[in-house]
Design a protein around this ligand. Structure first.
Ligand code: THU
Length: 137
């Protein structure tokens, strides 16, 4: 459960992160903000690289901030793009989010009125995750 105030703070954090994106190649800034179960907020932006494959998305950047702070229980994630329509997380980011919370509420917001609320299990059905790694004798 996220209160309206928490949601507003998350959106602001994601929006601020997008303004700091390093995206000279795509010119497509993305900001993400993660709320952990204790109410802490961690944000991230996409950071591109001249060697394209090394680009990191905003969502993974935000999740890694939370993990590095010792917080592994994720409650909600917001993705903001300064676009007329919303952006859902890419496949790689869905997989990384799934590592920490299969039932995470993922919300995409943008500069327009559109908003997309999805459970991660909808975005990544039949996911491969930590529970699949059973030891084989
Ligand atoms: N991007 C993200 O940051 N998150 C996504 O979920 C989709 C794509 C970034 C990566 C790249 O810097 C730019 O958007 C264009 O693909």
């Amino acid at each position: 459960m996220t209160t309206d105030d928490e949601l507003e703070r998350l959106i602001q954090a994601a929006r601020a992160a997008a303004s700091r994106a390093y995206c000279p190649y795509s010119r497509f800034p993305v900001g993400a903000a993660v709320m952990t179960s204790d109410g802490a907020i961690f944000s991230g932006c996409n950071v591109e690289n001249a060697s394209s494959g090394l680009t990191i998305c905003a969502e993974r950047s935000a999740v890694f901030q939370a993990i590095a702070a010792g917080k592994q229980s994720l409650r909600r994630v917001i993705i903001f793009t300064p676009t007329p329509t919303v952006t859902a997380p890419c496949g790689a980011c869905r997989q990384v989010l799934n590592e920490f919370s299969a039932d995470l509420l993922v919300t995409s917001v943008c500069d327009g009125p559109q908003r997309l609320d999805c459970r991660l299990s909808e975005l990544l059905p039949h996911a491969f995750g930590p529970a699949n790694l059973v030891a084989i004798e």
